[in-house]
Design a protein. Structure first.
Lengths: 213, 213
DNA sequence: GCGATAATGTGTACACTGTCCACAACACCA
DNA sequence: TGGTGTTGTGGACAGTGTACACATTATCGC
């Protein structure tokens, strides 16, 4: 006897259920944020019974963390995409500054283009123990935070930033950009016109540059 | 016949159920963040049946928004407390700068002292329609954002900030401080030693000062 | 080739949540 | 004093995460 779910699949084995569940989870997160990634709905979309998920994820929270890693990776790729648009010139001070700006711009663009994924990427797990940070990286092998660090290193190498100011600089830059992203997504700046948001984004990046040196 | 809940209360009427539910909700938010404020648990603590909540709040989300307003008010009071520690001197440029720093410091202190309430204060409602911002204000009648605006106005009045740079300045300052708060609460800077966190906080405030002018 | 074994999906069940509906107990006012 | 509106109760339902036993299948030693 075959239920509708199994009939829709045909075979007993799914083939690649883990990947399918993850994709479904990502889709849920994209449209509804972290709270929307619900285990039963993911299995429904995979055409499988709820408990099947437990063969691949220890819990709903485990699934969410996997989705979160995926979201972080998507963010990293968005930042890399912005970096790829840069002219591949010599590592001058100006180009190092442009790197930093591109990193920030990619971050902000992603936050606005994919608010659900962005919020998921930085959602804190309900279960407070085991705070293993999900590692989501882009093509460069670096995560969002790593890309920022690399940009800052470049600034130092190019001579645009004093080495003495380097330690902890990522916290300053990240704070500013992340805070703005929050404002834009569900703070007072939500549904602000795109062009105006872009203006303020540039101003925040100005502030970071000014304040870093 | 009286159930255990009603027996614990004695009277049929509760007296001030709305307030009690709100307080219970705040307590839940304090220890577990926005996801922890669950309607049934609040009614349980109030010694009342779950449905009784619906006489005072339209839905769980409605209760959460009320708690959120309370959290915003607590944040505003924390900022005001920091302001109260300032010497009540003449409105000089230096004192105006100190105001801004105090606003930021109060913000960061609250985030670290009450992470659950802080996260609740800025939780986005699951139901995306009706984004009426809950108004939580302190003794001054201003909310957190209003207090920041007032500090910036003071900077302009004292001559420390050019009026041309005033518009939108709250977004810059708020972004930086809020982003850092997030880092400290559940980002990579979580469980960083208090003194070191304080150091970085001051550096972020430095960045804001530098970057604003 | 074949049978044991481990991996993967199913079925049933339970506790818990938010919320709807009808009803009960009370306060208050004509 | 009695009617009316407010507030709390009881029971029910759908939806969620997850534990347990069971069914089906791939894989590997023989």
């Amino acid at each position: 006897m075959s239920s509708r779910a199994t009939a829709a699949r045909g075979t007993y084995r799914h083939g690649d259920l883990k990947r399918t569940l993850l994709d479904a989870g990502v889709e849920l997160a994209r449209t509804g944020g972290p709270d929307a990634v619900v285990l039963r709905e993911a299995t429904r979309r995979a055409g499988v019974v709820p408990n099947a998920a437990y063969r691949h994820f220890a819990s709903r929270d485990d699934l969410l963390q996997a989705v979160r890693a995926e979201a972080l990776a998507a963010l990293a790729r968005a930042m890399e995409r912005e970096l790829a648009r840069l002219p591949r010139g010599t590592p001058s001070m100006a180009s190092a500054r442009a790197w930093l700006r591109a990193v920030g711009t990619g971050y902000l663009r992603f936050a606005q283009a994919e608010p659900g994924l962005f919020r998921t990427a930085f959602s804190v797990r309900r279960d407070p123990r085991r705070d293993d940070v999900p590692r989501g990286v882009g093509k460069s092998g670096l995560g969002p935070f790593g890309l920022l660090g690399a940009a800052l290193d470049r600034l130092v190498e190019s001579g645009a930033l004093s080495p003495s100011r380097r330690p902890g600089a990522e916290y300053l830059a990240w704070s500013a950009v992340h805070g703005l992203a929050m404002l834009l997504i569900d703070g007072p700046l939500r549904d602000m016109p795109r062009t105006r948001a872009r203006k303020i984004g540039q101003r925040v990046l100005d502030m970071v540059e000014q304040g870093l040196f």
